[in-house]
Write a protein of this length. Structure first.
Length: 282
């Protein structure tokens, strides 16, 4: 049986992720106490359920959450393929979302502010976050984008294959929190300063032609390919299912977009699940 554990910070999109999995045909249970994870898995296996997803959050007892790694180890001794998806966002983003929706954070109280509740929740969920096989940062992601991302990254097309995501971003908007590798391409020639190219993006042919005419651009591309060719097999050997490679330039419009697109095309011929996303072009 395949079991996906969906967890994360309140306001980060856990319900959207779980609902998306339900639409994909998973048997879903939300707000499951950690102590019931093993009994539920046994019952679902006995009922010959092949795919299930459970939501686990900070409403669990602290003691139960601290036992998560031990419970996970118990599941892995059974014939169960476990994946853990952890959703997160910056404190500022979560504060804004709760303020806009006027929903109550599950850990707030008369003597606990919203900011303190968010910080406390991060600490409570650390055992799950540190065990996650897939981290999703929803800081710059809306509901529709999150639904698409969950569908694409958790598809069962090749359940044993490594799923690669190449993500472009702009340093002036902050680093992505869900990246496994971050490469800085700000040292490359910048189309921003070329007349006529500033309003375009790294997906436009004029920008592509300009960058491909710059020797340092191809040199960096070749070096990145060699690095990933050398090290991706090591991640596969460790049974990693997901890997996010982030590429950043100043604004996330030209150089990083071009490099993410080019790397995505290169590795699409070698891996069955390769995605390309551009954070600042959303």
């Amino acid at each position: 049986m395949k079991l996906i554990i969906v967890s994360g910070l309140s306001g980060s999109g856990k319900s959207v992720a779980l609902n998306t999995l339900e639409d994909l045909g998973y048997y879903c249970v939300d707000n499951l106490p950690v102590a019931l994870l093993e009994p539920l898995a046994r019952e679902l296996t006995a009922a010959r359920q092949t795919r299930a997803a459970v939501g686990i959050d900070a409403r669990n007892h602290r003691q139960d959450l601290s036992r998560f790694r031990d419970i996970l180890a118990g599941l892995e001794t059974q014939d169960i393929q476990v994946e853990i998806v952890f959703l997160q966002a910056t404190d500022e983003t979560l504060l804004k979302r709760f303020s806009e929706t006027r929903r109550k954070h599950p850990l707030t109280s008369t003597d606990t502010t919203l900011a303190d509740a968010i910080r406390g929740e991060r600490n409570l969920l650390e055992p799950i976050a540190s065990s996650a096989t897939l981290h999703i940062d929803t800081t710059h992601t809306n509901l529709h984008q999150l639904r698409d991302l969950v569908q694409e990254r958790l598809s069962d097309t090749r359940p044993d294959a490594l799923s690669l995501l190449f993500k472009s971003f702009g340093y002036k908007h902050g680093l992505p929190d869900d990246a496994d590798f971050v490469f800085d391409v700000r040292c490359l020639p910048n189309p921003h300063w070329v007349q006529g190219l500033r309003p375009l993006t790294g997906r436009d042919q004029a920008v592509i032609a300009y960058l491909e005419d710059q020797p340092p651009v191809d040199a960096m591309f070749q070096e990145l390919c060699r690095f990933l060719d050398d090290w991706l097999p090591a991640f596969e050997k460790e049974n990693r299912r997901y890997l996010t490679v982030a590429l950043g330039c100043t604004g996330g419009q030209h150089r990083s977009v071009y490099m993410a697109e080019r790397l995505g095309k290169h590795f699409a011929g070698r891996y069955p699940s390769v995605l390309v996303r551009h954070r600042e072009l959303s």
